[in-house]
Design a binder for this molecule. Structure first.
Ligand code: ADP
Ligand code: MG
Length: 234
């Protein structure tokens, strides 16, 4: 079964008397283990769509099924536990907690999500630190590491709860091109190692070429779908 099924998803933001139709009827399916990018100019709806898939917000109309769950039907508490169990997030500005070390930042989501027993946590954190190449920096604080290293830590933090899906909204926007490329490659390697589905948004055409499935968004509509090979394309 597809991990994400969107049918005629619309999102209308209402502020006072003005309405913005940010998504105008999105249809797409995303298979488990795929490496997907949403590309499009600023204002095209990338963040809105990622927020809906990540259950941070609800569609105004249409159907959105993620991992078999109808997102629109969840209340706040159910939505929070859905995110905690199934979704990891990576942000443009990293969002690491400055008072926690690299190790503690990765550990942090585990304190909220209970299904990984405490005795298994250090092994899991160390495995991820190793996988993202940050083992030697584990006792440093975020202000002691580079932007690229911060995003590596974010990737590990997103994966530590063993989510089905990782959503990354413009994860490379604050990185230079080489570092951006390396972070995308790291995400792809993590997909290979953990079979986690990754969806990232970008407006950078060079970076988007690294995705295996590329959805183009324009003015709230998906206008193109390109498949570049790799797994999870079914
Ligand atoms: P992107 O991430 O591609 O830049 P967004 O999803 O952020 O696009 O925005 C899509 C459209 O929705 C834009 O016109 C934006 O101004 C509008 N929008 C986004 N968030 C809100 C909000 N919270 N309230 C009102 N309008 C919004
Ligand atoms: Mg955005």
């Amino acid at each position: 079964m597809s991990l994400v099924i969107a049918e005629q998803v619309r999102k209308i933001y209402r502020t006072g008397e003005t309405e913005v139709e940010a998504l105008k009827g999105i249809d797409c399916t995303i298979e488990p283990g795929s490496f997907v990018s949403f590309v499009g100019p600023s204002g095209s709806g990338k963040t809105t769509l990622l927020n809906l898939i990540g259950c941070l917000d609800k569609p105004s109309e249409g159907t959105l099924i993620v991992n078999g769950t109808d997102i629109a039907a969840l209340n706040r508490t159910e939505g929070a536990s859905f995110r905690g169990e199934h979704v990891g997030f990576i942000f443009q500005d990293f969002n690491l907690l400055p008072v926690l070390t690299v190790y503690e930042n990765i550990e942090y989501p585990l304190l909220m999500v209970q299904q990984i027993p405490a005795k298994d946590r250090p092994e899991r954190i160390l495995r991820l630190l190793k996988a993202v190449g940050m083992l030697e920096q584990k006792d440093k604080y975020p202000d002691q590491i580079s932007g690229g290293q911060k995003q590596r830590v974010s990737v590990a933090r997103a994966l530590v709860t063993n989510p089905k899906l990782v959503l990354a909204d413009e994860p490379t926007a604050n990185l230079d091109h080489n570092t951006a490329y390396q972070v995308i490659e790291l995400m792809k390697n993590m997909r290979d190692e953990f079979n986690t589905t990754f969806i990232f948004s970008t407006h950078d055409q060079k970076i988007v070429g690294e995705a295996e499935i590329i959805y183009t968004l324009e003015d709230g509509l998906l206008t193109d779908r390109q498949v570049k090979g790799g797994n999870g394309n079914g």
